[in-house]
Write a protein that binds this ligand. Structure first.
Ligand SMILES: [Zn+2]
Length: 424
């Protein structure tokens, strides 16, 4: 098997400023060499050479809040009742492929029913279907009457849907153990309302003791735990419990930031969803989900606090509720632009959130997330400069190459034949 040479790349490696005219050599599933023409091997006839002429080469991205099985959800009941599990699994498989083709070589689940994340991960890893590296999530572990406990009692559903109802620390402990038994690698909790849910942000929908028990049961088994947490009170309680990922965290402040830094907590702001809802209401006078006024306040606060948290060193990652409301699957990279246009984070910093930080949360920090010799060849070639205009990533047509583990997922480039003959 020959090697693949990408020459003349504008290298965005996930850490440093762009480095023009760089060559990246891929051999097998790994990056073999990265450098300028003097310090890298020469191609031979067995090798494939692509001359990029200044196109960007960057690491594959990670969607760190992903609902692979949400299919155009316009109401929470849709999630459980729209499709039978078999059909929904096929829809999810198509979404996983779409995510990969959109430049995301990794995904961290944020809640799914019928163990679909686990099933997909197995099928992807056996090369049965194309898809990203997956950290599998399971059902939403919630208390009675929580926002996600959405089916009216008189329906007497008694189904294994998205929500698993737990009351009291023992129930949470048992649920976490069962989820992990079924292959789940990251547990999802709902400690507060807000960010589009029925309960407002300042309502705690879990007790401290319940959060502590769930986190302990996950960590004892070496698994991660995440939570939908909006209010300051909720964030501080989650930090006390040792939750690994704060989803949204709209109302974080300096005290929360201090705790996040101390514990290395990941934060997924998911600003695209509230921005979309607020815009929708502004334009049409109504919104597909409730709590828009509260989300508008959260958004305003996020725009102020996120740059401070970024400066302080909080580990931000990207990911959002695609598959809900006016956010169809495939529109993924629109989220990246929301961090540049809203809180004014630089495109290069957002790329680091999407790549280096994402791989760290995925548990593959040593294996990927940056373009360095020895790492997995999970990379993108982009027709454009995302370090200047991150919006170029929104159009899949601009993704000339998506490569995962050295395998081409998409390739719109033609190998440089003339150069090959010269090398021969
Ligand atoms: Zn979500």
């Amino acid at each position: 098997m020959g090697r693949t040479f990408f020459r003349g790349a504008n290298l965005i490696d996930g850490i440093n400023k762009p480095q023009p005219n760089t060559t990246v050599v891929v051999e097998g599933d790994r990056i073999k060499a990265v450098g300028t023409n003097g310090n890298i091997p020469k191609p031979t006839v067995q090798d494939v050479v692509y001359d990029l002429g200044g196109k960007a080469l960057m690491p594959g991205m990670v969607m760190c809040h992903y609902h692979v099985a949400y299919d155009n959800v316009s109401d929470l009941n849709d999630i459980d009742m729209k499709h039978p599990p078999t059909y929904l699994t096929l829809i999810a498989a198509k979404n996983a492929e779409l995510l990969l083709r959109s430049g995301y070589t990794g995904a961290v689940g944020a809640g799914t029913m019928h163990n679909i994340d686990v099933t997909l991960k197995r099928a992807i890893n056996r090369h049965m279907i194309p898809g990203p590296h997956f950290l599998a999530c399971g059902r939403d572990l919630v208390t009675t009457g929580d926002s996600v406990d959405c089916h009216p009692s008189f329906w007497k559903m008694n189904m294994d849907g998205l929500a698993r109802i737990c009351d009291g620390p023992d129930d949470f402990r048992k649920a976490v153990r069962e989820e992990i038994k079924n292959g789940v690698e990251i547990i999802k909790l709902y400690p507060t309302g807000g960010h589009g849910l029925m309960w407002p942000a300042d309502v705690m929908t879990m007790s401290q003791a319940e959060m502590d028990a769930a986190a302990e049961a996950a960590h004892e088994r070496g698994k991660k735990i995440r939570g939908h947490i909006i209010s300051k009170k909720g964030i501080l309680a989650a930090l006390k419990a040792g939750i690994d990922v704060i989803d949204h965290g709209d109302m974080m402040d300096e005290e929360c930031i201090e705790g996040m830094l101390k514990q290395g907590t990941f934060v997924v702001p998911s600003l695209y969803f509230p921005w979309k809802m607020v815009e929708e209401k502004r334009k049409t006078g109504k919104a597909s989900f409730g709590g828009v006024d509260e989300m508008a306040k959260g958004l305003e606060h996020s725009y102020q606090i996120i740059p401070k948290a970024q400066k302080a060193g909080v580990k931000f990652v990207i990911g959002d509720d695609f598959g809900v409301g006016a956010m169809p699957h495939g529109e993924y990279a629109s989220e990246l632009e929301a961090y540049v246009k809203g809180p004014g984070i630089s495109p290069l910093e957002v790329i680091t959130w999407a790549t280096k930080n994402g791989y760290e949360l995925l548990g593959l920090g040593k294996e990927g997330g940056t373009i360095e010799a020895g790492k997995l060849a999970d990379l993108l070639v982009v027709d454009g400069n995302p370090a200047k205009d991150i919006g170029v990533l929104k159009d899949r047509e601009n993704l000339d190459v998506v490569m995962k583990g050295g395998q081409l997922v998409t390739c719109q480039l033609t190998p440089s034949k003339a150069r090959l003959q010269k090398a021969a």
